[in-house]
Design a protein around this ligand. Sequence first.
Ligand SMILES: [Zn+2]
Length: 159
Amino acid sequence: MKIRVGFGFDVHQLVEGRDLWLGGILLQHTKGLLGHSDADVLIHAICDALLGAANMRDIGYHFPDTAREFKNIDSKILLKKTVELLAAKGYHVGNIDATICAEQPKLKAHIPLMRETLASVMGIDIDDISIKATTTEKLGFTGREEGISAYTTVLIEKE
Ligand SMILES: [Zn+2]
């Protein structure tokens, strides 16, 4: 079996007047993430890690933010398409480990539903996706609640 690792990182700005989509679910918050798509920063970091692991460039290459078809798109669709791109190259997801950096809202209670949602989109076992949440101790842009960032490591496998 061939195995490869990948790493993904993404940031989106938190602004008023936008829904907060994170980890494939809608959260109640006073602000939401700004972007061309639904700006789901965790899904974007996962897509980039998967594409990087397969050496298939990045999310912006496959789903450009200048394309009308991706305007306000549900990032779960992008994740599903990414998994299909990897499958075409013979790879499937081994496991995913992700960290979200956000001061607010508190994410702990929402993580089980995020894992369930994303595992279902990717067709993987819920045990193969780990999502962690941290603050940055009020430091930097995440600490000032100006944005949310996400880091992801993935393992992909080919028989
Ligand atoms: Zn993004």
